[in-house]
Design a protein around this ligand. Sequence first.
Ligand code: TXE
Length: 501
Amino acid sequence: MKAMTENMHLDLFIGGKSVPAVSGKIFEVEDPATGKRIATVAEGDAADIEKAVEAAEAAFPSWGGMEAEARARILNRAAEILTRRLPDFIDVEVSQTGRPVREMKAQLQRLPEWYSYFAAVARTHEGSVHPFGRNHLNYTVRKPLGVVGLVTPWNHPLLILTKKVAPALAAGNTLVVKPSELAPLTPIMLAEVLEEAGLPAGVYNVVPGFGATAGAALTSHPRIAKIDLTGGTETGRVVAAAAGKNLIPFAAELGGKASVVIFEDMADQAVPAALFASFIAAGQTCVQGARLLVERSIYDDVLKALVERANAIKIGTPSDPKTQMGPMISAKQRDLVEKYVEIGKAEGATLAAGGRRPEGEEYAGGYFYTPTIFCDVKDDMRVAQEEIFGPVVCVLPFETETEAITLANSTQFGLAASVWTRNGARGHRVAGKIEAGIVWINDHHRVDPASPWGGFKDSGLGKENGIVCYESYTKVQSVVANLSEDSFDWFDDDGREKRYS
Ligand code: TXE
């Protein structure tokens, strides 16, 4: 594997080979902590997507027709190889995202689990037999879909890709991946791991490039069997329309504005809970706890302590193990955060912490922003409703359980929420009333390959993780066998009663 240097260059990966783009174009990837170039990457577009789809189509009959056990063996080997190579992946992930090494180390260490989990699912998943009537045997089998298009973002480049690649491969599909133009390096590097594990050429193809060109060409391609996207809600609407046009399944994990509901009896845990939910990944996660709903009786104390702790978060160089928060991914994302902070102030919210770029030499050139807390927030303010995707949180008080539930449900999004209480019954009661695809009780942002993950409302469609996800990468065939030896002739008027259905 190539070491991370300024001169790193990665090509497209198609049909088991690294190849330049048909156009010969390349683009630059920068380190958001310095604004400096860390690599160049071949820039794919429609012509490259066509080649990648052809390679994936050619590989499908043998990969899709292989015994599940044989596919599982390759995925298990991929888990082992990835484990061995994690240090390289962590370095590159830190450089291209600006996420602190303490976060990326913790995150990437878990990724091999996805390959071994879905290997086990492929090996153990069973068909079903249906009560059709005693003269018939009706069973269902699951078949892979074909060539699947995966479009992934920059915030957790390898985790989000892995959540899609492992189940899609386990189910027997072949893949064309369009990674984010901001963080395409690890998705390309993953090809080496899969190849070494024994994945046949053409099963995993990667075409880095931009959304409007490579992304649009992939998601509107007429021979794709499914699209799975993680990205912004507006991108989700555009890609869903393309999938609708081609009548293919579409799964999407989109924007969020998660609420963290903290009851009085969890006062001692409120601040660490809120800090983790709000500021991990500098707030650039879809399940960010962007709305902290705190019971009125503890609101003032929690806000005061939260401001103190937020101000103490160590912002700095992502590769330094002591750094707790890195930069935004890009100047565009930092500008967006700044714009929202201005909007919040203009709407009348009070800035309790942050709201500025950090000062100092080490931040020059990077897209750093301080942890920012708004109080005196009204629920209908834009800062409280819209996804900001940065280290900005709104703290709102609530008086009753009913009001907390109403507030937690009052946005267009429904990806995730968390409820913090020592009253077990209340935890489950509130979780059940929150319209979100994932609700944690006394935790936040916990993920496991076995645990379904995906949103309600404008946060997306379908689920990642778990058996439900594996099944979504298959199609069901129902086989109905007539077991009777009686002859049957509908058009023979022999006076016998005929069975139609
Ligand atoms: O996302 P995009 P961006 C949210 C977050 C962020 C906003 C914009 O609010 O501020 O989205 O971020 C590809 N056809 N999330 O601009 O554009 C694109 O190239 C096909 C939440 O980075 O949605 C990239 O590979 N593909 C989210 C991927 O879509 C298209 C993570 C996501 O990029 C395309 C990221 C098109 N027309 C952003 N346009 C989460 N759920 O975690 C873009 N793409």
